[in-house]
Ligand binder design. Sequence first.
Ligand SMILES: [Zn+2]
Ligand SMILES: [Zn+2]
Length: 271
Amino acid sequence: MSIKKNFHTHTTYCDGKNTPEETVKAAIALGFTALGFSGHAHTPFDLSYAMSHAAADKYYAEINALKAEYCGRIELYCGIEQDYYSDEPVTRWDYVIGSVHYVLKNGEYIPVDETAQILKDAAIKHYGGDIYKLVEDYFATVADVVGKTNADIIGHFDLITKFNEGEAMFSESDPRYVDAYRAALIKLIPYNKPFEINTGAMARGYRSAPYPSKQILQDIYNMGGSIAISSDCHDKAALDYGFDEAASLAKSCGFKRFMVITKDGLKSEEL
Ligand SMILES: [Zn+2]
Ligand SMILES: [Zn+2]
């Protein structure tokens, strides 16, 4: 069964290509029954991609107006992708995706998803060239993402692997890597919030598989965790990009259900 819902969607209010209404129309054309917007919450130290507080107010008003306009045709939700270091209040949104996009080290916010070179340079500058130390700091931050952001969905758990296709930067079977992500899982599983399987980096050509990796998904399953499936859409043409592949990956790890946002909060559906 194809998945006809997405709750991780960016628009021109942040770094997405399309307006909210263009995206709603594309979702309806695909036969979607629900669409959730998740604009990037303001980060005071990096204004390059996120919504200002004023833009967040406009975004909130526009999505809520669209909800009324498209009522009966598609369920719309006004969420936010709350960065760990965002200063945007999380109280008014229909749901929150909690994401770590930076490692804070020696007063510097190191973006983990901008370029491979930034990560390599940061490892040299702050970690004596040991990239695993940077990875350890990343997962130590992720471990606290629900506590910090009050997230309903845990965003791209292993974003630090964005530029690690073919293990170009570090080995994902190295015990230090495995220990770092497992320590984060141990802290996050008790919150009982879904980990998203995110196809965004596939849609944009950085990766051949979704986040998180199969080994991490298998661990999430074995530890009793749950999943959501999202395209981290920045372009309406990619609203359901890789959903079939994400669903097969989830099934291959043992998952039979995935979580979705509803008017009554998170509910599970059959994969
Ligand atoms: Zn993100
Ligand atoms: Zn996103």
